[in-house]
Design a protein around this ligand. Structure first.
Ligand code: HEC
Ligand code: HEC
Length: 161
């Protein structure tokens, strides 16, 4: 099974279990999901390999854990100097989503593994998931064309073929 399909695969079970571990706290604007928190170091360092994922999409504990192991970052080395790392960690924590209920001792490191993400994305067609234009579920920009601007609203979405 392709990586992408497996990432989305468990959403039904998650729904049935009904254990939302956290919600995206009041950061979205009224017209949809637009995340405005920004920081130059974060944008430069965390937006160079992939879109700079909005801090609100993971709770603070997740960001802390992720920032402590940048040398082993999802199979790649994303290390940065200690001063920049501290600045980015502080920014991520200050703008993080709120942790609701801890379902496990280890914080989830992937947005794509959170229950809200899987629930939100469980109706995407198999055809879209298999599209060569979508590298993985983490490839937000493939469908959210303005993700780099923090815009995940309906208006800027498209289904790649
Ligand atoms: C050297 C390249 C590189 C840099 C720099 C980098 N990342 Fe990543 N990041 C990756 C790769 C590769 C993945 C895995 C993508 C995939 O699974 O498709 C990833 C995945 C992630 C994920 C999980 C996405 C998901 O939900 O599946 C998060 C969160 C993340 N990065 C945050 C950050 C943050 C915060 C920074 C800045 C401190 C950063 N990244 C810098 C390469 C990088
Ligand atoms: C294959 C296409 C695709 C990919 C990749 C994708 N999304 Fe989505 N996303 C969608 C679609 C379609 C919806 C609307 C789902 C619905 O309303 O049923 C959505 C909804 C959302 C929403 C809710 C927006 C709203 O207005 O309710 C957020 C937030 C979101 N996605 C974030 C992300 C993030 C962050 C990533 C990358 C880590 C990502 N998405 C990757 C297609 C995608």
């Amino acid at each position: 099974m392709k990586f992408f399909a497996s990432r989305f695969g468990t959403s039904r079970c998650a729904l049935v279990a009904g254990l939302a571990s956290f919600v995206v706290a009041g950061v979205a604007l009224a017209d949809g999901h637009v995340y405005t928190a920004t920081n130059p170091a974060w944008k430069a360092e965390c937006g160079s390999c992939h879109v700079a994922y909005p801090p609100a999409l993971l709770p603070a504990a997740s960001w802390r854990a992720l920032m402590m192991q940048l040398d082993q970052h999802f199979g790649t080395d994303a290390s940065i100097d200690a001063k920049t790392a501290r600045e980015i960690t502080a920014f991520l924590e200050a703008n993080a989503g709120r942790a609701r209920k801890e379902t496990s001792a280890t914080p989830v490191l992937r947005i794509t593994e959170t229950r809200w993400f899987q629930k939100e994305h469980d109706e995407i067609s198999a055809r879209t998931r298999r599209s060569p234009a979508v590298k993985s579920a983490a490839d937000c920009e493939a469908c959210h064309t303005q993700a780099a601007q923090g815009d995940f609203s309906e208006r800027t979405r498209r289904a790649p073929r």
